[in-house]
Design a protein around this ligand. Structure first.
Ligand SMILES: [Zn+2]
Ligand SMILES: [Zn+2]
Length: 325
């Protein structure tokens, strides 16, 4: 379905093929990848541990200052530029297109406190041509952040998420099914499967979720969205030769006990399954959403990267930092 709230004031038109290229096994895969909402046994105890051990200490600690960033380096048209905006948010430069994925400048999500002031705000970034949201969870789809960047450009979201963003000021809202594709200038964008869930509240389980393959004529960027480990990474890797994979590594010690996120070792396993050249971690050091210590995911990733002799292919960015590939 394509919502077109302001067809005349939008940026370049975005052509979607919601059906996309479907393989026989992509049907049904979605249900199997949909993680249920019920917490596992022992969640009350884990919840108390999370509140006492992580949440309250973070609330009491002063928020760290922003990192000082001079300016965002611009990528050549045959380069990929990746700027980490904190949590799952990235500013990307692919094939001459400026895009943003899951931007979130919130200082609080309910009682969950952002541990550092954002280092780059929307106003520090070059003009955004295209916006992408991986799913409607509050840490990925933050409406005030989207309103800050909406200037009539198109936004791509999973099926069922368009209604959440329809009054933000985007020129065109394109919803994609899993493996559905959209074309924007020289980019082909595909919604990839993930093992997660899409409800923003509780009952809106119809909302889709996933990640994005962003393919230019020469280079490909992949944003995983949120996912636990699953065999789908193999197939995503077969669909495109991925240069840079943005992979979540935090919130693995979930108070609910639900297996909805990967730990750093699993993220490296997924990176191997994807066959990608470089990995940049995300979903760490921003919002404490799991019971693990806030700095543990990046430390574990660095350690495991060394164990696997992958130091040259693992780029752990500071918030606001840009890597060019
Ligand atoms: Zn998340
Ligand atoms: Zn999520």
């Amino acid at each position: 379905m394509i919502h077109d709230p302001a067809p005349d004031n939008g940026g370049p038109a975005l052509l979607s093929r919601p059906g996309g290229v479907r393989l026989p096994f992509s049907r049904g895969q979605k249900d199997e990848n949909h993680v249920g909402l019920l917490p596992t046994e022992g969640w009350r105890k884990r919840n108390l541990q999370f509140i006492g051990g992580i949440l309250i200490p973070t609330i009491l600690a002063p928020r760290k200052p922003k990192r000082v960033i001079d300016e965002v380096p611009l990528a050549e048209v045959d380069q990929i530029g990746v700027t980490w905006l904190g949590h799952a948010g990235f500013f990307g430069q692919v094939a001459g297109v400026n895009l943003i994925i899951d931007p979130n400048w919130a200082l609080w999500h309910g009682p969950v406190k952002r541990v550092r002031h954002p280092s780059l705000w929307a106003s520090d970034l070059p003009p955004i041509d295209l916006v992408m949201i991986t799913h409607a969870h509050f840490d990925h789809l933050h409406l005030p952040s989207l309103r800050r960047i909406a200037r009539g450009q198109p936004i791509i979201v999973p099926q069922g998420v368009g209604s959440v963003v329809k009054r933000c000021g985007f020129g065109q809202i394109v919803e994609l099914d899993t493996w559905g594709q959209a074309q924007f200038k020289d980019l082909k964008i595909t919604l990839t499967p993930a093992r997660h869930w899409g409800a923003r509240m509780i009952h809106d389980t119809h909302r889709g979720f996933g990640g994005f393959l962003i393919e230019g004529p020469e280079r490909t960027l992949f944003h995983c969205g949120d996912s636990s480990m699953f065999e789908g990474f193999q197939e995503i890797g077969q669909r495109a030769r991925i240069d840079v994979a943005l992979m979540p590594i935090g919130a693995y010690d979930a108070p609910s006990g639900r297996p909805v996120h990967m730990n750093p070792e699993e993220a490296l396993d997924a990176f191997a399954m994807l066959g990608a050249e470089y990995i940049i971690p995300m979903h760490h050091d921003t919002f404490p959403l799991g019971s693990e210590p806030i700095h543990e995911p990046a430390e574990r990733l660095a350690y495991e990267a060394a164990q696997r002799h992958l130091e040259d292919r693992v780029r752990i960015l500071h918030e606001g930092e840009t890597a060019l590939f």
